[in-house]
Write a protein that binds this ligand. Structure first.
Ligand code: ASP
Length: 318
């Protein structure tokens, strides 16, 4: 915890990821262990950190310490509750969350769906571990703090490699490059430059979610929603198996404009007749399913398959 006399506070929540990763070899950017270094140590070790946040009181909290490929609903529940509690404090300016890159877009979209606050919640990450010869995490963390301190910032965003992305649009598009994220056709919300934030948009009209993290049911009872893919030879057997298993929802990562093979469609319609909610998203990385009138299966309203899964899961909760 770093204290100043300021009444404005930034809460920094750590969840792990490569940004907290460590390898004994400085030139190892792929075989390191993610989620090794605690969030306060990470931040304190950044040169210039103290002056960067001058005028703000900081509070650090380690909510989890995981490689984000292993992110789970129990951590989401804990994280969302911590965000909700902190953000409701009048002296809190906003929240920064460190997270692995692999599933940051899912966590960002989940938080955006359960935190009805205009205050900024800024997720950041790194593609290289903290032990790397030239780690990207320190700059990303400073950039995330720049965004949270900016008066125009609001809602849930992801900051990586100097680019600010909206939770709805951000997607990891590269497995290795430092600039691993993209907002597709929507484009970035802003860029961070020398501690300043240059916005690409005018005033941000934030649509707040109806749901509140504090009223979520316990994560152990969250509905099971899976993703299936339409691809050459897709025969629908996986859908039949999932229905037997008792799933409540299914997102189909469709080809093109929401198309699925006849065999997969037959399985999906069978699943729907047994009460399973089904949503179509496109597996294309840009664009969205353009709605076809009278479509038998509703589309994801522009959400990618992984985000459509979050939306469907939340819609199925009491
Ligand atoms: N597997 C790591 C994670 O998502 C990758 C990263 O953070 O870049 O935690």
């Amino acid at each position: 915890m770093i204290d100043t006399n300021s009444s404005r506070k930034i809460v920094v929540l750590g969840t792990g990821g490569t940004i907290a990763g460590y390898s004994a070899l400085v030139n190892d950017n792929i075989s390191y262990d993610a989620a090794q270094i605690d969030i306060e140590t990470l931040a304190r070790n950044i040169q210039g950190f103290k002056s960067h946040v001058e005028g703000f009181k900081l509070a650090f909290e380690q909510v989890a310490q995981v490689d984000s490929k292993d992110m789970d609903f129990a951590i989401w529940e804990a994280l969302a509750r911590r965000v909700a509690l902190h953000i409701a404090e009048p002296d809190v300016q906003g929240i920064v969350i460190t997270h692995g890159t692999d599933t940051i877009e899912e966590t960002a979209y989940f938080l955006r769906s359960v935190v009805p606050s205009v205050k900024p919640v800024v997720l950041t990450c790194a593609m290289r571990p903290a032990s790397a010869l030239s780690p990207d995490g320190p700059q990303n963390l400073l950039d995330a703090l720049s965004v949270v301190m900016d008066d125009k910032a609001c809602g849930v965003v992801v900051v990586c490699a100097g680019v600010v992305h909206a939770a709805e649009h951000v997607q990891k598009i590269h497995p290795y490059r430092l600039d691993a994220f993209n907002s597709g056709e929507a484009g970035p919300l802003a860029w961070t430059e020398e501690g300043r934030v240059r916005w690409s948009v005018g005033p941000i009209a934030l649509a707040l979610p109806d749901r509140d993290a504090l009223s979520l049911p316990e994560s152990g009872s969250w509905p099971q929603v899976e993703i299936v893919l339409n691809c050459v030879g897709a025969n629908g057997k996986v859908v039949d198996a999932l229905v037997t298993h008792g799933i409540q929802g299914l997102v189909v990562a469709c080809t093109g404009n929401g198309t699925v093979s006849d065999a997969l469609m037959a399985s999906l319609l069978r699943a729907m007749s047994q009460g399973v909610k089904v949503v179509r998203a496109t597996r294309c990385s840009l664009g969205r399913v353009v709605s076809i009138p009278d479509a038998l299966i509703p589309d994801s309203q522009g959400l990618s398959p992984v985000k459509a899964r979050v939306a469907l899961m939340l819609s199925l909760m009491p």
